[in-house]
Design a protein around this ligand. Structure first.
Ligand code: KDG
Ligand code: MG
Length: 402
């Protein structure tokens, strides 16, 4: 199954995506996602300038060897640009292998470990009332797990709260939007949100929350403790995770489960948090953590320590990543939950896919391969538009994590 052509397609059907498409001599095609939000063109260049020339003429069946070749062969290891580019190749190769076998990818990964993949949706609003009403709408749609993000009284805007109803897209401007942040104001706002949500939604639905890397370990420990009466499914990214030992302090103060890892790129970023059992869910994704091949290795390490998966699934991960994640989720023994922030109809039209939602869960479908494609003619109608993620400053003007 010789690779004869490789194209990198950058498109913006409402938001930017970078997709790698491989063609083989026998006429099969495979797709991989290479989207790195706000830094898309760097991965596109890495692929076009440094990886595509290495792929032409290779045997597409050699998934592991190609992964090792691109990882070890570059000399410069790890990092989001390198690992997203390797991920795109890896996804496309698995897609090809499964298409050649005539099977949905999850069958090649060991087959289904469960009937479907429980997902969580995003409920948000400017006020507690709006957020809880939105969460109720999700519960009525059948969701069994819902993330709650609400506006913070006294702050003009915050992470996770949409300006337009329904869809939240933080990479919203040609230059970064500046937000103001106060951990004190934020910390006062979260427990009342959870209290109101439990009053309205009851106890049969899982509730989640994303701190988005903004607190100190002590602040995170206190928030975890404040939320314990409402039994959150998880608190996500409590502190910036470069300092993994800091999670020991969070663990000493709260029993609220912790989820981390959406910005991790390799198993080395996950190692200490998993081995010391400092987290409950690992959120590494198929696109930013080196593809299906590497994510399975991370999941296997996590399984040894009772850590479950909770893959990142924001809209900046294309439907190609979502399909890949679902095949992974269905087949991995220590699956926990999958994030599902629905794409717009415009995006779905560019990426026709076989996965579907029912009863709070997704299923990747039975189409051979990943079960997703890119409509290149339609993609060409949506040219790339520069879009940055926002930045955050404290109220005195100092820079803070966004
Ligand atoms: O590109 C950044 C987004 O993917 C991130 O802000 C989304 O934190 C996120 C989440 O949990 O979905
Ligand atoms: Mg997050």
């Amino acid at each position: 199954m010789t690779i004869t052509a490789a194209r990198v397609i950058t498109t913006c059907p409402g938001r930017n995506f970078v997709t790698l498409k491989l063609e083989t001599r026998g006429g099969l095609t495979g797709v991989g996602d290479a989207t790195l939000n706000g830094r898309e063109l760097s991965v596109a260049s890495y692929l076009v300038d440094h990886i595509v020339p290495l792929l032409i003429g290779r045997d597409a069946h050699r998934v592991e060897d190609t992964w090792q070749y691109l990882y070890k062969g570059a000399y410069w290891r790890r990092g989001p640009v390198t690992m997203s580019a390797i991920a795109a190749v890896d996804m496309a190769l698995w897609d090809l292998k499964a298409k050649a076998a005539g099977l949905p990818l999850y069958q090649l990964l060991g087959g289904a470990c469960r009937e479907n993949v429980m997902v969580y949706g995003h409920a948000n609003g400017v006020t507690v009332e709006e957020t809880v009403a939105e969460a109720k709408r999700y519960a009525d749609l059948g969701y069994r797990a819902i993330r709650l993000q609400s506006g913070v009284p006294g702050l003009a805007s915050t992470y996770g709260v949409s300006k337009t109803f329904g869809y939240y897209e933080p990479a919203d401007a040609a230059l970064p939007t500046e937000n103001l942040w106060s951990s004190e104001k934020y910390l006062r706002s979260v427990a009342p949100l959870f209290e109101a949500a439990r009053e309205t939604l009851g106890w049969d639905v899982h509730l989640l929350h994303d701190i988005h890397h903004r607190l100190t370990p002590m602040e995170a420990g206190r928030l975890g403790k404040d939320l314990e009466p409402y039994r959150p499914f998880w608190l996500e990214d409590p502190t910036p995770a470069e300092n993994q030992a800091a999670f020991r302090q969070i663990r000493q103060h709260t029993t609220t489960p912790i989820a981390v890892g959406e910005i991790f790129n390799t198993i080395w970023d996950c190692k200490q948090l998993i081995e010391e059992q400092l987290i409950d869910y690992i959120r590494a994704t198929v696109v930013h953590a080196g593809g299906i091949t590497h994510l399975r290795r991370i999941a296997a390490l996590a399984d040894l320590y009772g850590v479950r998966t909770g893959c990142h699934g924001a809209t900046d991960l294309s439907p190609v990543s979502m399909a890949a994640a679902l095949h992974f989720d269905l087949s991995v023994p220590n699956f926990g939950i999958q994030e599902y922030m629905r794409h717009t109809a415009e995006t779905d039209a560019v990426f026709p896919h076989a996965y579907s939602f029912a009863d709070g869960a997704l299923h990747p479908g039975e189409a051979p391969g990943l079960g997703v494609d890119i409509d290149e003619a339609l993609a060409a109608e949506h040219p790339y538009r520069p879009a940055y993620l926002p930045v955050n400053r404290l109220e005195d003007g100092s820079m803070h994590s966004w």
